[in-house]
Design a protein around this ligand. Structure first.
Ligand SMILES: NC(=O)C1=CN([C@@H]2O[C@H](COP(=O)(O)OP(=O)(O)OC[C@H]3O[C@@H](n4cnc5c(N)ncnc54)[C@H](OP(=O)(O)O)[C@@H]3O)[C@@H](O)[C@H]2O)[C@@H](O)CC1
Ligand SMILES: [K+]
Length: 472
């Protein structure tokens, strides 16, 4: 599992280590690690520009500049903040780094020339002390870079919101070198794309207890998968009740049920309108049609109204069983249930849901968070990066998964994902684990369906079993 920590926790962990070290030692470790990566990425006769801002992020960059100059690289330091880390600047200039001040206004000619010639740019403008966005004079900075310049961000790309919540103008990097601990922006959509390759340099700061953001990996699927034992039967493995599809959209039912059965669950009970039931039975003869005992419910994919049995829905919502509410069923809930509940909206559905509930945020992490809090439910926000946002009261981390190829943006894909997650909830996983492993499985199955090429949702559903076998 990949973990990122809140900025407060990162600062506290760094302070605790600093108390045990000589003053400045931690920054020296960071700068040395950064310089080693930068050296490995630069040519023999490399021309390096270091962008140094006001804080310690600029300090890291300037000390790294000193190391690189000592290795005979040609290094220019652009001092772009309102202040400069003076000791680090003195160390850099003592090694032959050429400083140029550009604290506001138009770019000085010497700075523009150095940037145009640089094949390596080290972005030490701002780190975890950042407020989102770039200062006015640096807004068009990338226009000054050579086309083939390799950009290394120190700790995080400048301009990015360190907490990964607010999307803002930032300096895109080819590589981000961070120190011991990942920060939320490294894993969340508002920052991750700007990071490029993420390299972690160990400076000896231990992980705090509780991560703010986590990402499940294949090894987590291996560890957590609800693999049946010799004494299991179809009931002990778990039964999933599915109410999906409608007269207008019966295909959603076929996709979700196919995905659930192929993912592996003791049994699927399907309840839906006649046409959808016939189609489901025609392609998935393993299912049992009609109500009965189940361990979890999946509702809503392909609904046009309240599915096949509206009279059942209120009863289910009052029940103590876990429920996955997808698509049309996102409209059902107005207040928290007492049992685990997972909502699976895409961005448009989240917006509508938050507006219906009259909430102040409607998008991204803040939107998912207010919906999760209002409904006491986990919100799985589908997208290129899929997030799982728990209600604040759980104090649990956000989950951020980027497992699927972009080809998964296709009709029926969400129905398949819902079926996979439903199967995992019925098998006994909590909604967070089921959501995260479902997204992992969805991405892996898409890859197996047609590596590197377009996929149809039904093929993704059909590949789930093989993908599970790979995890195990
Ligand atoms: N702590 C440790 O032990 C270790 C820390 N380490 C390093 O220190 C970094 C954190 O350093 P930090 O706390 O000095 O903050 P940092 O991000 O450099 O600058 C904040 C200042 O920048 C400004 N500013 C704000 N927003 C801005 C923007 N959008 N764009 C431009 N400028 C902006 C604002 O100053 P202003 O110019 O407004 O006066 C603000 O005060 C961390 O990321 C890591 O690299 C490593 O050495 C390992 C050990
Ligand atoms: K930076």
């Amino acid at each position: 599992m990949i973990r990122a920590f809140s900025i407060d926790d990162v600062r506290a962990a760094e302070e605790a280590v600093k108390r045990e070290l000589e003053p400045g030692e931690l920054m020296q470790r960071a700068a040395l690690g950064l310089a080693e990566v930068a050296r490995a990425r630069s040519d023999e006769d490399g021309r390096v520009v270091v962008l140094a801002g006001s804080g310690d992020n600029g300090g890291d960059a300037l000390y790294a500049a000193a190391h690189l100059a000592r290795l005979d690289l040609n290094v220019v330091a652009l001092l772009v903040g309102s202040r400069t880390h003076e000791e680090a600047l003195a160390a850099a200039t003592a090694e032959g780094v050429v400083p140029i001040e550009w604290r506001s206004g138009k770019v000085p000619a010497a700075a523009a020339e150095a940037l145009a010639e640089a094949n390596l740019v080290i972005d030490g403008i701002v780190g975890i002390g950042a407020s989102p966005g770039l200062p006015k004079h640096l807004e068009n900075l990338p226009d000054l870079f050579a086309n083939d310049a390799y950009v290394i961000a120190v700790d995080l790309p400048s301009g990015v919101d360190p907490s990964g919540v607010v999307a803002a103008d930032c300096l895109y990097a080819d590589e981000t070198v961070t120190f011991s601990l990942l920060k939320p922006c490294h894993l969340l959509p508002a920052g991750e794309a700007a990071c490029g390759q993420l390299t972690v340099v160990d400076i000896g700061v231990p992980e705090p207890d509780s991560p703010a953001v986590v990402r499940y990996e294949a090894s987590d699927a291996t560890r957590l998968w609800p693999t049946p034992g010799a004494f299991d039967d179809k009931y002990s493995r778990g039964v999933l009740g599915v109410m999906t599809g409608s007269e207008s959209y019966p295909g959603a039912a076929v996709l979700g049920v196919t995905a659930a059965v192929t993912t592996g669950v003791g049994m699927v009970r399907y309840i839906g309108p006649r046409r959808a039931t016939d189609l489901v039975l025609g392609s998935v003869p393993e299912i049992v049609s009609g109500p009965g005992r189940v361990q979890a419910w999946l509702l809503g994919s392909g609904w046009d109204g309240h599915g096949g049995a509206p009279e059942l829905v209120d009863e289910l919502l009052d029940d103590i069983l876990p429920i996955v509410l997808d698509a049309g069923a996102l409209d059902l809930l107005d207040e928290p249930r007492s049992a685990p509940t997972l909502l699976t909206p895409h961005a448009g559905e989240l917006k509508r849901l938050a507006q219906r509930l009259g909430l102040e945020h409607t998008q991204g992490v803040p939107g998912a968070r207010v919906v999760a809090d209002a409904l006491g439910a986990h919100v799985l926000l589908k997208g290129a990066t899929t997030l799982i946002v728990p209600p604040s009261s759980t104090r649990g981390p956000l989950v951020s998964q980027t497992d699927g190829p972009a080809w998964l943006a296709t009709a029926g894909s969400g129905d398949v994902l819902a079926g996979m997650i439903g199967a995992l909830v019925a098998s006994g996983l909590g909604v967070t684990e089921a959501g995260a492993l479902g997204v992992l499985l969805h991405g892996r199955a898409a890859h197996l369906a047609n590596p590197g090429g377009p996929v149809r949702a039904l093929d993704v559903a059909r590949c789930a079993g093989r993908a599970v076998a790979e995890f195990l």
